[in-house]
Design a binder for this molecule. Structure first.
Ligand SMILES: [Zn+2]
Ligand SMILES: [Zn+2]
Length: 154
């Protein structure tokens, strides 16, 4: 008898565990962002983002979260204890919850196996990227320019 296949839950948690997020539906997108805001907020050369459908997202530990609004459209939510970035909202895409991919928990807690991840759509805001690291040579589209979205020819 085959075990019942449970639906994959996309689940993230802050480092200290005070706040977490779960989503019962598949991501709508996956991308890598090299913009200055993502670099400062993550401390890394770029941030990888999943776009989750908001109607399937649940937040646990909301009281632990602090909010920072870097732009008129953007709202970023962090754990007030450990500083982990839990999610981002953008008024221009109200149906989407942006989630840092580095916080996604794995199959051992019902999360996605590696082959369930969507393919990333590319690298964005490459023109604003860190000068001290080479862009990954992964063959994905590179985008940049003033809007961060224009295709950069090879
Ligand atoms: Zn925390
Ligand atoms: Zn960014």
């Amino acid at each position: 008898m085959n075990p019942i296949k449970e639906p994959t839950i996309w689940r993230t948690a802050c480092y200290c565990g005070a706040a977490s997020l779960s989503c019962s539906a598949a991501p709508r997108g996956f991308m890598h962002c090299h913009c200055g805001q993502c670099r400062r907020l993550s401390g890394g050369a770029f941030s990888s983002w999943l776009s989750l459908p908001g109607e399937a997202v649940q937040i646990q530990g909301q009281a632990a979260l602090r909010e920072f609004a870097p732009t008129a459209n953007g709202r970023r939510f962090f754990c007030g204890h450990c500083g982990s970035h839990l999610y981002t909202l953008d008024a221009r895409m109200p149906e989407i919850v942006g989630v840092p991919a580095g916080a996604v928990l794995g199959p051992e807690v019902g999360g996605p196996a590696v082959d369930q991840w969507p393919s990333a759509s590319g690298h964005y805001f490459c023109s604003d990227g860190a000068s001290w690291v080479a862009l990954p040579g992964d063959g994905m589209p590179r985008r940049g320019g003033a809007d961060g979205m224009s295709l950069i020819p090879d």
